[in-house]
Design a protein around this ligand. Sequence first.
Ligand SMILES: *Cc1c(COP(=O)(O)O)cnc(C)c1O
Length: 398
Amino acid sequence: MNSHNINTNGFYGEFGGAYVPEILYSTVKELEGCYASIIESPDFQSEFHRLLRDYVGRPSPLYPARRLSERYGCRLYLKREDLNHTGAHKINNAIGQILVAQRMGKRRIIAETGAGQHGVATATVCALMNMPCRVYMGATDVERQHVNVERMRMLGAEVFPVHSGNKTLKDATNEAIRDWCCHPQDTFYVIGSTVGPHPYPDMVARLQSVISAEIKSQLMEKEGRDYPDVLMACVGGGSNAAGTIYHYLNDPRVRIVLGEAGGMGTDSGQTAATIHCGTPGIIHGARTLVMQTSDGQITEPYSISAGLDYPGIGPLHAHLARSGRATVMAITDEEALRAAFELTRLEGIIPALESAHALAMLPKMTLQPSDVVVLTVSGRGDKDLDTYLKHTDIINTL
Ligand SMILES: *Cc1c(COP(=O)(O)O)cnc(C)c1O
């Protein structure tokens, strides 16, 4: 059987690695040398799991969705990451990386954010831990995501608007890497998804793997077996999906189905469907699939969902797609909106627009009534209410 885990050089098949400026080489090597032993240490594990329980509110429920199950003819469970403190799965990773930073003696935290969700999670944990926090954010995103900027500032973080390039996530990332180059001794760069140079994709996947560890024991209790037939999640950079599938990667009984953001459609030029439209290249310090022009300029992605609007994809997911281990669907804005209203009206749960891209795959699947399906609802929809209100006409077509 093929292993889909990372190899000792930080690659998943042909994707991954650490392509960083010379000046960061020793900093990245230092992290690579210690992250696994820190995360596995009893001291880390006990503090991490104590905070996940008492602060985040874990374990998150595995909810049997009765009415959605009836509609799609399967046994559907929703993994409720939307119920976490701060409203999404990102807090799991932010807590984990900041505990790693503390154990490495790094006192200053930096992060980049696009929609602001990772920035808010990082600022939250920095407030909790009394650590200084600077968040880089494209100036366009600062305007578009004003509420999250105010949340970060209220939490005590310094939000630094970036005016270069298109003034969005890619530019914020470049600026964060520049800062890291200037302060490699005392600064820890908290990356919000399974992207970036090795060891970040593996570190983030391990920290989010609490999701699939919980799915195992919760399925055992509810179904008398510890694996589902199908796992479903949305992918932006890939962290909620990586957490959902982590303990099942090498289990051939489990089908993996991932939804990326098709935007206006994969042929429209207005899309963030990196696995469908990307080609191999280097972004954010890793070799992966990238949305780029034929001469290697990164193209601006588009999705209605700010959290999926990223021109790259985690190297793990690029590998799972290319090797056939995962099926990846591109979901349009309209399909995602429809799925969000459907979940709201059938189960009384308003999902994040990102999570709606996972739900929107259900009508496209062939399922048996006996199939046990676990779908991760990565976050709650409060932040997307303005967008939903512009599209309430969809309710009449459900
Ligand atoms: C950020 C975000 C995502 C996308 O990030 P992944 O790393 O792919 O999980 C998905 N859902 C929500 C709610 C988010 O905030």
